[in-house]
Design a protein. Sequence first.
Lengths: 165, 170
Amino acid sequence: MRMDSKNMEDLLKKYWACETTLEEEKELREYFGGNSIPDQWKDTAALFRYFEETKKKSLNDLAFESQVIHKIHAPKKSKLVRLAYNTMRIAAGLGVVLAATWFIRNEIRETTPQAVVDTYDDPKLAFEETKKALLMISKSFGTAEEQARKINMFNEAQEAIQREN
Amino acid sequence: MNLEAFQNRVLPVKNKLFRFALKFLGNEEEAKDIVQEVFIRVWNGREQMNEVQNWEAWCMRITRNLSLDRIRSVTRRHTQPIEDGYHVLQETLSPHESTELQESMNRIDQFIAALPEKQRQVIHLRDVEGYSYNEICEILELDMNQVKVNLFRARNAVREKLIKINAYGL
């Protein structure tokens, strides 16, 4: 957009009085950023160029954005750490309960009479011992049967007398 | 707001925030730190962002507050705005530009750096970043009148100095 010097002078007056709009200020910057600026405005042109140049200043760090993203994710990591910490606390609690149960169980075992407790660890040995015990019982049964047969004789005799009568 | 929206909408304003923080701190590393902290705060407060009408101005305000906090908390030997302004120009000037123009710009940088803090902030937000008066009010937490007065004083202080230089030069 071409501007004659009269227009430009008016616009500059407005600018110094802080009455220009953003749009007008943009026009000024564009005009003074161009070539062939009259000598009277050389310093004003330098001022507007200064604004333009200052705006070009940027954060020259390619890694900056990834650093920010990394930092943003950092709290999530600490959440994970917190989760692991809590899990370990629960695990420690469970450990204490299990240890206590084990000790109490041992204590109960020690105080229970021996007779109730199993006597043999080896199943073969236990089988042999059981067999021995059962044989002993059956032997006793055999003896008892013999005695019972003798008693039976009395019964049979009694029955025979009753029949005769 | 999800991460994608954050990357596409919020992160691109990093240069504006960086330049603004640099105006306060005059040190690029510190300014970068501030911008990083601003983004982390914005991310953590992203739930609130729906209520914020102009989130860019909101980011700029956080930048300003954090920069001011930094200035207050650190025992700073000097804010070195003049020296830093000089660097800005050195890095951004193309070789074609005349030394005369470069000298004028260096002088302007010194003039602006010498302005009171509020005037410096207002002229930066308006003439460099192109914010509206309403946005500047929001960023600097000032009323419209204060913004305009500070801008008027800033522009005219620079103008007067330019005229003086010319007068002496002639």
